[in-house]
Design a protein around this ligand. Structure first.
Ligand SMILES: [Zn+2]
Length: 141
């Protein structure tokens, strides 16, 4: 069982960190918007069921040198529609993943499920502060 938190695409810009000139968040770890530049950061989490499988470990170059990013793939139903940068919570392990790639699987033109590639967020990521209350919406399916 997983919970998806769908990132807000519209709403009030963050009063704490949003810079109208550059149109982006100036604080990477902003506690108000979790770095999304929208106040509150994310829509209320939606409980979804999915299947997780291990993906390849990707090596990324960062300012601190090379680091390995653990990726996983998720197979979930077609709703809610997830997008790049949405956050998934593995409720059993309390691991947070950031969606990188969404591949819809279509059957006769209708999306039947989504295949996601997501990367594990480090424990110091601000996203871990997003409140998740999955019990309120556990009966979607
Ligand atoms: Zn902010």
């Amino acid at each position: 069982m997983l919970t998806g938190c769908v990132a807000s695409g519209a709403g009030t810009r963050c009063p704490e960190c949003f810079a109208p000139v550059t149109r982006e968040s100036t604080l990477e770890h902003c506690p108000v918007c979790y770095g999304t530049s929208f106040e509150g950061g994310y829509w209320a989490p939606v409980a979804i069921r999915g299947r997780k499988s291990a993906g390849p470990v990707q090596t990324q170059l960062t300012a601190h040198g090379e680091s390995d990013v653990k990726t996983v793939t998720f197979a979930i139903l077609d709703y809610p529609h997830l997008e790049y940068k949405d956050v998934l919570v593995d409720l059993r392990r309390n691991d947070l993943y950031e969606v990188q790639i969404v591949t819809p699987t279509e059957l006769k033109g209708v999306t039947v499920h989504q295949s996601l590639t997501a990367s594990l967020l480090g424990r110091n990521s601000v996203e871990y502060r997003v409140p998740v209350a999955p019990a309120t919406s556990a009966a979607l399916y």
